[in-house]
Design a binder for this molecule. Structure first.
Ligand code: BES
Ligand code: MN
Ligand code: ZN
Length: 489
C-alpha cells in the first residue's frame, strides 16, 4: 500500500532553515508583508526574497498562489516557494496554499515556515493530500515523497490539532489506494481482506459470503456476480464509539470491482476506467478507517457490496427477472445497470439488521451524473431535507463539490416493468434520478436517506481540488465531518 506522506511539527530553528535540503515555503501577505521567518530568509538570500515581492509579482495574485525561487542563494534548499496568503486566511485558502506546495514535493520533502499562520494544520493537510501518489505497480525504483515539516509557534499544540486531520488524510489515502488498484489485484476477496485487516483498529468486521446471501434472499446483488470467478461478498464494518444502544448511522457503498457492463457489454474505449466502479465502497471503507483511527464518539456502520460484473455463460441476461431480499421482483433490462441491483439488497439488509437513524449510500452509479454535473460536483438525492442539508453543509465546509437533484413520482413511474415489480433501467432521460428512484423503493418508510452519485468525482483524469489526477477519495472528508458535526457535536 502507498505510504502516506508524513508530517511533523517543530520549533522555528534558523539554522535548520538555512540548511534545509528540499523545498522551503515562506508566506507573504497579498500586501507584500513578510513574517519573521520570511525576513530571516530574506537576510539569508541577501534580499532576493524582498526584491522578488517588491517587483509587480504580487499583482493579481490570489490567496494560495505561489512564486518560486530555484536554488536560492545563501540556502541549501533546492527551491524557495513564496506563498501568497493573508494573515486571516480561511480554511479553504489555507488548504489551497498547501495543495500548491504539495504538488511540488519531491524526495527531499518540504519545510513550511508556518510560525505566523492562522491555520498551519490546514496548510499541511492540503500539502499531504496533494502529494499522494499511487506507484505500487511501477517497478522502477519508486521515489518516495519526502516528509512535510512545519515550523510553528507552538509545535505541541499544533501537533495535537493536526492528529485528527492526518487521520482523515490516512482514510483518504486508504480510499484512493482501493480505487486506484486494478481489478486483477483488488478482487472481491482482496477487498474483503483489506477490510478485515481493519479489525486491528477496533472495528467489528463481518463478511457475508454468497451462501449467506442466498439464505437471506439477496437475488438482486447475487445476480450481478454470477458471471465472475471472484465471489460476491457483503462486508460490514461496525464502529461503536458512541452510546451503547444509540441507533447507528449507516453508510452503504457500491463495490463493483470491475464493470464490463455484463451481457449488455460496454464499448472497449474507456472500459479500463471501470476499475474505479468500487469507489462508493472505497469511500465507506476510508471513512470507517478514519473514524476508528480518531476514536470517533459515534455509532456508525459501513456496509459494502463487493461484486464483479462479468460476462460468461452463467452471467445474468437482459430480460431475466430476479427477486430482491425485500421481496420485490426486478426485471433486468440492462445488465450494465448493476450498481442499483447491488445497493437494493445492501440497503435493505442495512435497515433490517441495524435499524439505523439514517442511511447514506455512495455509488459510481450513472454516467448521467457526469453529463449533468461533470467532475466538479457529485449528485445528492434525498427524501429528507434535514439529513441532506447536513451532508451538503459538510461537503461545502470540506471543499468537496455536491449538488442536490430532485426525486419524484413521475421519475419513479419511468421504472415500471411490464412483467415484474420494477425494471432496472428507465433509459437515458434523467438517468441519475431514475436510478435514485429505483433505490428509493428499497428505503423503508420514514428512514432518512441520502443517495450520493459519485460517478463524476471518484476518479478524474486531471487534478482535482485536493488530489493529483486519478482517484480523489471524494467523500471521506465530507462524511467524517458529517459524523463529527451531527453525531459528536
Ligand atoms: N458504473 C457505471 C456508471 C459510470 C459511468 C460510472 C462512467 C463512472 C463513469 C454504471 O454501472 C452504469 O453502467 N450505468 C449505466 C446505467 C444505464 C445502463 C441505465 C449508465 O450510466 O450508462
Ligand atoms: Mn454498469
Ligand atoms: Zn457500474
Amino acid at each position: 500500500m502507498t505510504t502516506p506522506v508524513s508530517a511533523a511539527f517543530t520549533e522555528t530553528d534558523l539554522d535548520a532553515i538555512a540548511g534545509a535540503e528540499g523545498r522551503v515555503a515562506v508566506f507573504v501577505t497579498p500586501e507584500g508583508k513578510l513574517d519573521p521567518a520570511g525576513r530571516r530568509v530574506n537576510r539569508l538570500t541577501k534580499g532576493a526574497l524582498a526584491r522578488l515581492i517588491e517587483a509587480d509579482t504580487l499583482d493579481g495574485k490570489s490567496p494560495g498562489d505561489v512564486l518560486t525561487l530555484d536554488w536560492p542563494a545563501g540556502m541549501t534548499a533546492r527551491a524557495l516557494d513564496i506563498v501568497v496568503l493573508p494573515r486571516s486566511a480561511t480554511v479553504d485558502e489555507s488548504r489551497r496554499a498547501g495543495v500548491a506546495l504539495g504538488r511540488k514535493i519531491g524526495e527531499a520533502g518540504l519545510l513550511i515556515l508556518g510560525g505566523s499562520l492562522k491555520r498551519p494544520v490546514e496548510v499541511v493537510l492540503g500539502a499531504v493530500l496533494r502529494a499522494y501518489e499511487f506507484s505500487v505497480h511501477k517497478t522502477a525504483e519508486a521515489k518516495a515523497k519526502g516528509a512535510v515539516t512545519a515550523m510553528v509557534a507552538k509545535p505541541d499544540e499544533v501537533e495535537a490539532d493536526a492528529a485528527p486531520a492526518l487521520m482523515v488524510a490516512e482514510g483518504v489515502f486508504f480510499t484512493r489506494d482501493l480505487v486506484s488498484e486494478p481489478a486483477n489485484h483488488l478482487t472481491t476477496t482482496e477487498f474483503a481482506s483489506r477490510i478485515e485487516a481493519m479489525k486491528d483498529l477496533g472495528l467489528k468486521i463481518t463478511i457475508l459470503e454468497e451462501s449467506d446471501m442466498e439464505k437471506l434472499g439477496m437475488g438482486a446483488l447475487l445476480s450481478v456476480g454470477l458471471g465472475s470467478a471472484t465471489p460476491s461478498k457483503l462486508a460490514v464494518m461496525e464502529w461503536q464509539g458512541g452510546k451503547a444502544g444509540d441507533a447507528p448511522l449507516a453508510l452503504v457503498g457500491k463495490g463493483v470491482i470491475f464493470d464490463t457492463g455484463g451481457i449488455s457489454i460496454k464499448p472497449a474505449q474507456g472500459m479500463e476506467d471501470m476499475t474505479m466502479d468500487m469507489a462508493g465502497a472505497g469511500v465507506v471503507a476510508g471513512v470507517m478507517r478514519t473514524l476508528a483511527r480518531r476514536q470517533a464518539k459515534a455509532n456508525v456502520v459501513g456496509l459494502v457490496g463487493l461484486v464483479e460484473n462479468m460476462v460468461s455463460d452463467r452471467a445474468t441476461r437482459p430480460g431475466d427477472v430476479v427477486t430482491s431480499m425485500k421481496g420485490d421482483t426486478i426485471e433486468v433490462i440492462n445488465t450494465d445497470a448493476e450498481g442499483r441491483m447491488v445497493l437494493a439488497d445492501v440497503l435493505w439488509y442495512a435497515q433490517e439488521t441495524y435499524k439505523p437513524r439514517g442511511v447514506i449510500d455512495l455509488a459510481t452509479l450513472t454516467g448521467a451524473a457526469i453529463v449533468a454535473l461533470g467532475h466538479e460536483n457529485a449528485a445528492a438525492l434525498s427524501t429528507d431535507d434535514t439529513l441532506c442539508d447536513a451532508v451538503l453543509k459538510a461537503a461545502n465546509a470540506e471543499g468537496e463539490g455536491l449538488w442536490r437533484m430532485p426525486l419524484g413520482k413521475a421519475y419513479a413511474d419511468m421504472m415500471k416493468s411490464d412483467i415484474a415489480d420494477v425494471k432496472n433501467s428507465g433509459g437515458r432521460p434523467a438517468g441519475t434520478i431514475t436510478a435514485a428512484e429505483f433505490l428509493h423503493r428499497f428505503i423503508q418508510d420514514d428512514m432518512p436517506w441520502v443517495h450520493l452519485d459519485i460517478a463524476g468525482v471518484a476518479s478524474v483524469k486531471s487534478e482535482t481540488t485536493y488530489a493529483p489526477k486519478g482517484a480523489s477519495g471524494w467523500g471521506v472528508m465530507t462524511l467524517n465531518r458529517l459524523v463529527a458535526d451531527m453525531l459528536e457535536g
